[in-house]
Design a protein around this ligand. Structure first.
Ligand code: ZN
Length: 106
C-alpha cells in the first residue's frame, strides 16, 4: 500500500507552507523528515524548528497511481485546499464570521 500525505508547517518556510509526498510507511517517512534524511525542504524546515503535522490523504495499492496523485497535487499548488489543517482553519473562520453576522443581526 502506498500513501499520499501532506505535511503542514506551523509557520511558513520562505514561501512553503506544505510538503506533499508519498510513502509506503508514513510514520517511518515522518521520522526520516524529522531527522533530516527525508527531503531537502523538510530538512531545512527541521533546522528552523517549525512545528509540523502530517496527514495521510489517500491510499493506493499501486505505486504509480500514488505517484500520479502526488504529481497532480503538487502541480495544483494549492495544498491549503487539501490540507486538513488549513481546511479546518478556513471552516473555523467561516463559522466565526457567520456567528458574528448572526450576533449583529440579532
Ligand atoms: Zn495546511
Amino acid at each position: 500500500m502506498w500513501y499520499v500525505y501532506v505535511i503542514h508547517f506551523g509557520s511558513p518556510y520562505k514561501h512553503a507552507k506544505h510538503y506533499t509526498g508519498i510513502a509506503k510507511n508514513p510514520k517511518e517517512r515522518l521520522k526520516e523528515h524529522l531527522t533530516g534524511s527525508g527531503s531537502r525542504l523538510m530538512d531545512a524546515v527541521r533546522k528552523t524548528a517549525i512545528p509540523v503535522v502530517m496527514y495521510v490523504l489517500q491510499e493506493f495499492d499501486d505505486f504509480h497511481e500514488a505517484h500520479l496523485r502526488e504529481k497532480q497535487l503538487k502541480a495544483w499548488k494549492k495544498a491549503s485546499q487539501y490540507c486538513p489543517m488549513c481546511k479546518h482553519a478556513t471552516r473555523q473562520q467561516y463559522l466565526r464570521k457567520l456567528t458574528l453576522q448572526l450576533e449583529k443581526a440579532a
